[in-house]
Write a protein that binds this ligand. Structure first.
Ligand SMILES: *Cc1c(COP(=O)(O)O)cnc(C)c1O
Ligand code: SF4
Length: 461
C-alpha cells in the first residue's frame, strides 16, 4: 500500500454530528446495502458476544465501502463471522434464531467465558491500596506509572472488534475496574514518590465531557505533587471522533484543560491509539492534531499489530511517516492476545518481528522512537527482538521494555526458535534452561500477593 485514498462519502449526513450505530439501529445504517448478506448476519451473531458500535464519522469518512468486507476500518469496527470459531458461531446463531432471550443470554455467556476476558493477570495482581482501601479503578504495575480508569470513561466513540477491554462495555460489573474516588488517587500519588506518570485510560477518557474530565484532573494539579511529571491520556478519539477537539461544543474547554496541565508544569501526553494510516487521512483529524499540539501537549502513538487490519510492513511505515509529518511521536507496536477474537487477529511472534523490521528499516531515525513488537505479559512488556543464530542454534531474542521488577529491563534473553508461537507462554527457554530468568522471582511475587490478599481479607472480616 503506497497511497491512502480517502473513501468516497456515499451517504451524506452532517459529518460533525455524532451518531452511533449498534445492533439496535443497524437497519438505519446508510451503507447497510453495501454489506454482503452473510456479513450482516455475522454482525448480528458475533455482535452478541463482542461489543459492536460504530459511528457516523467512521462510516462516512474512514471506511472505504468499495472494499467491504475486507476494508481494514470496516474490520476494525464491524464484527466478522470468522471472529468466532464455527461451534461458537452456530451456538449463538441458533440461540438468536430461537427468539428466546434466556437461551441467547446463556449462549453468549458460555462463549464469553470461553474467550477469557482477563488478560495478563491485570485484575488479580496490580490493584494498589491505600488506607486499607483496594483501589480497584487503578493499576500500579511498573514503578513509575500509575494507571487510572475513571468510572465515567469506560466506553468509546466506537468499539474495536479486537478490544480486550470488551468486558467493560458489556455490563458485567464483576469485571469492571472503575473508581470514583479521585481523592484516593491523589492520596496514593502523594504517598508514592516513585511515581512520575499518571496514565488516565479507559475505555476512552475523552468520551467524557471536559467538565467531567476536569473533576479528575484538577484535584491532581491542585495537589502540586512534586514527583508527578507527566499526565498521559490514552484515547482513540483522533480516529473515532476527531471533532472531539474541534467542533464538539466543549472542544475549547477540553483544550483549555490541556493548557492548564501544561501551565501547572506537568507534561501532557495524549497516547493516541491509531491502527491504520487511513485514520490520519481526513481534514478533521489534521485539524484536531494541530489544535492539540497548540496547547503544548504532545501526542504519542500506539497500536496493536492485527492480522486482517495492519499486518504488513508498508502499512506501518506509511503510518509512522504520516504520524511524524503531523508532529506525532510513534511509541509502541503491541502484540495482542486475549482479544476475544484471538485466532482472527493474532500474528506469530517471528512474523511480527519481520513486519516491524520491514517497516523500521524504511523510515528515518525520527520515526524510530517506536518500540516493539511488544507483549504485555504478567512479568512485563517483552519486546521480541527477532530470530538469531548462536553456535548453530536457531533462537528468538527477547528483552523487557518494562518489568514488574525494573531490574529485568534491557537484559536480552533467548528462547528456542518457534515460528508458530504467538505468545511468551508458547516459547521454551533456550540452551536447555527450565525457566526464563525472571520466572522464579515472578512466582515469588505472585505468592507474596496471594499471602497479602489473604491477610487483607482477614483484616476486613
Ligand atoms: C504499558 C503500561 C504502562 C506504561 O508503560 P510505559 O513504558 O511507561 O509506557 C503502565 N502500566 C501498565 C500496566 C502498562 O501495561
Ligand atoms: S478505543 Fe481502545 S478501549 Fe475503545 S474499543 Fe478500541 S481498543 Fe478498546
Amino acid at each position: 500500500m503506497t497511497t491512502i485514498e480517502r473513501p468516497l462519502t456515499t451517504a451524506h449526513m452532517p459529518p460533525d454530528r455524532y451518531r452511533a450505530f449498534t445492533l439496535h439501529n443497524l437497519e438505519s445504517l446508510p451503507q447497510l446495502d453495501r454489506i454482503p448478506a452473510h456479513i450482516v448476519e455475522g454482525i448480528r451473531v458475533v455482535g452478541q458476544v463482542l461489543p459492536f458500535k460504530t459511528n457516523s464519522y467512521v462510516v462516512n469518512e474512514l471506511i472505504n465501502w468499495d472494499d467491504v468486507p475486507h476494508d481494514p476500518i470496516f474490520v476494525l469496527n464491524f464484527p466478522q463471522p470468522d471472529m468466532l470459531e464455527p461451534g461458537h458461531y452456530a451456538l449463538v446463531k441458533q440461540a438468536l434464531d430461537s427468539g428466546n432471550q434466556e437461551t441467547l443470554d446463556a449462549a453468549v455467556e458460555t462463549v464469553r467465558r470461553a474467550l477469557n476476558p482477563h488478560p495478563a493477570g491485570q485484575m488479580e495482581h496490580n490493584v494498589p491500596e491505600i488506607y486499607g482501601h483496594k483501589l480497584t479503578g487503578m493499576q500500579h504495575k511498573y514503578r513509575e506509572t500509575v494507571l487510572f480508569f475513571p468510572s465515567n470513561g469506560q466506553t468509546c466513540h466506537a468499539y474495536c472488534t479486537f478490544c480486550f477491554r470488551w468486558p467493560q462495555f458489556v455490563g458485567d460489573d464483576e469485571m469492571k475496574f472503575a473508581m470514583r474516588e479521585t481523592e484516593l488517587l491523589v492520596a496514593y500519588l502523594q504517598e508514592h514518590e516513585e511515581v512520575t506518570d499518571l496514565l488516565i485510560t479507559g475505555g476512552d477518557p475523552l468520551v467524557m465531557s471536559a467538565r467531567n474530565l476536569r473533576t479528575y484532573i484538577e484535584p491532581v494539579l491542585e495537589a502540586k505533587i512534586p514527583h508527578l511529571r507527566t499526565i498521559r491520556i490514552g484515547s482513540k478519539a483522533l480516529s473515532y471522533w476527531p471533532y472531539r477537539f474541534t467542533r464538539d461544543k466543549d472542544a475549547d474547554d477540553l483544550l483549555a484543560l490541556f493548557r492548564e496541565v501544561k501551565e501547572a508544569g506537568i507534561h501532557l501526553a495524549l497516547m493516541a491509539h491509531l491502527n491504520h494510516p487511513r485514520e490520519l487521512s481526513t481534514p478533521a483529524v489534521e485539524q484536531a492534531i494541530a489544535r492539540i499540539l497548540e496547547t503544548g501537549a504532545q501526542i504519542r502513538t500506539q497500536s496493536p499489530l492485527m492480522r486482517n487490519i495492519n499486518d504488513d510492513a508498508d502499512t506501518w511505515a506509511q503510518m509512522w511517516k504520516l504520524q511524524v509529518g503531523l508532529g506525532l511521536i510513534p511509541y509502541y507496536m503491541f502484540l495482542a492476545r486475549d482479544t476475544g477474537a484471538q485466532n482472527y487477529f493474532s500474528v506469530p511472534l517471528v512474523r511480527a518481528t519481520e513486519i516491524f523490521r520491514g517497516a523500521y528499516t524504511q523510515v528515518s531515525g525520527i520515526c524510530r522512537t517506536v518500540r516493539g513488537p511488544s507483549m504485555s505479559t504478567d512479568p512485563g512488556k517483552i519486546q521480541v527482538l527477532g530470530e538469531t543464530e548462536v553456535d548453530g542454534r536457531k533462537l528468538l531474542a527477547l528483552s523487557f521494555i518494562q518489568g514488574r521488577n525494573p531490574d529485568w529491563v534491557m537484559r536480552p534473553f533467548f528462547a528456542r526458535l518457534d515460528r508458530g508461537a504467538t505468545w511468551i507462554d508458547e516459547l521454551r527457554p533456550a540452551f536447555g534452561a527450565e525457566r526464563f530468568f525472571y520466572e522464579d522471582e515472578l512466582q515469588e511475587m505472585f505468592d507474596e500477593d496471594v499471602r497479602h490478599l489473604a491477610r487483607f481479607e482477614e483484616s476486613r472480616s
